[in-house]
Design a protein around this ligand. Sequence first.
Ligand code: TRP
Length: 361
Amino acid sequence: MIAFGDSKRLLPHSNFNSNSNPNPPSGSPPLRERVFSGIQPTGELHLGNYFGAIRTWVHLQEGYDCVYCIVDYHAITVDYDPKELPRRTLAMAMDLLACGIDPERSILFVQSHVPEHTELAWIFNCFASYGDLTRMTQFKEKAKEEEFVSAGLFDYPVLQAADILLYRASRVPVGEDQLQHLELTRDIARRFNHRLGEEFFPEPEPILSEAPRIMSPADPTQKMSKSLGEKHYIGLMEPEDSIYRKIRTAVTDIGPRGSEMSPGVRNLFLILKLTAPEGVYRELEGEYHEGSLKYIKLKEVVYEHLMEHLRPIRERRQKLEEEPDQVREILQEGAARARAIAQENMRRVRELVGVGAGALR
Ligand code: TRP
């Protein structure tokens, strides 16, 4: 298996950012920078989520104090099914655990189990600029798709800022599409600190992994995504015959075959690079450049190595499926640990803002 290319770059800077925890309790272990990231409970992880994001989350556990959150309050900002949501939340937890999120080392929890997220979001509403929010690209795009545009959808980035800063996290692994939200998070932190006269919140920086973008097998000009429809993504837990079919029918050459790979062929080679030994990759790449490679062979090899790569994840996921109580317990424990940090930080936030019973003393 090919080594995770940029794992070294993911290790923390030696110049530790003291912002992330200025007041460590005495006798605690050496400090690590805190990482926070969130994912929506879409119900099922696909190859794009896994290779693009979750694999990075797993590697970050080596060098950081990681807090990972399933953001169900973000999921209700658009049309959704309230009966389905809890099932999807639990399924996402199982997927993350199966991929290697380790609840011994990291905190894994569900956003709505820690009510301080929404409390801080309200306070941040009063420190976020309305004008800035109107300029959020993701809001403008999502608003176009929705029949009913909720105020929650508009406010989505403020809740995201609260997620991160509630733990005073200084590093946030995200994709390119979230950089604008992170910039807004820094603006909120800066404004809060400045107005209230204390450097309480860090200004969190992104960790942009060189996450390869896996494309849709059916339309390799678009990013793999569940919202495009069934044939546009490959779920980690999808039945083998269905994965086989999607790879066999993956679009390869749309135009004439040149020296430059078409998006579909490039996508197959990308999956191969991520899952097969380098020798296998090199050999097929050589055949491609010679012009002797049959795409049917490429697809067979991609399928074989992909399944090999996914096998341990799928096995772990299967076991977790049989023990949902254990997963509920992990989430409960995660929420308790998250909440201890959140409550301590909120105590100071309320004091600084001048609200809460404590402020009347
Ligand atoms: N908005 C993020 C996404 O759609 C999910 C998210 C919510 C998040 N809160 C977060 C990501 C905090 C990083 C940090 O991908």
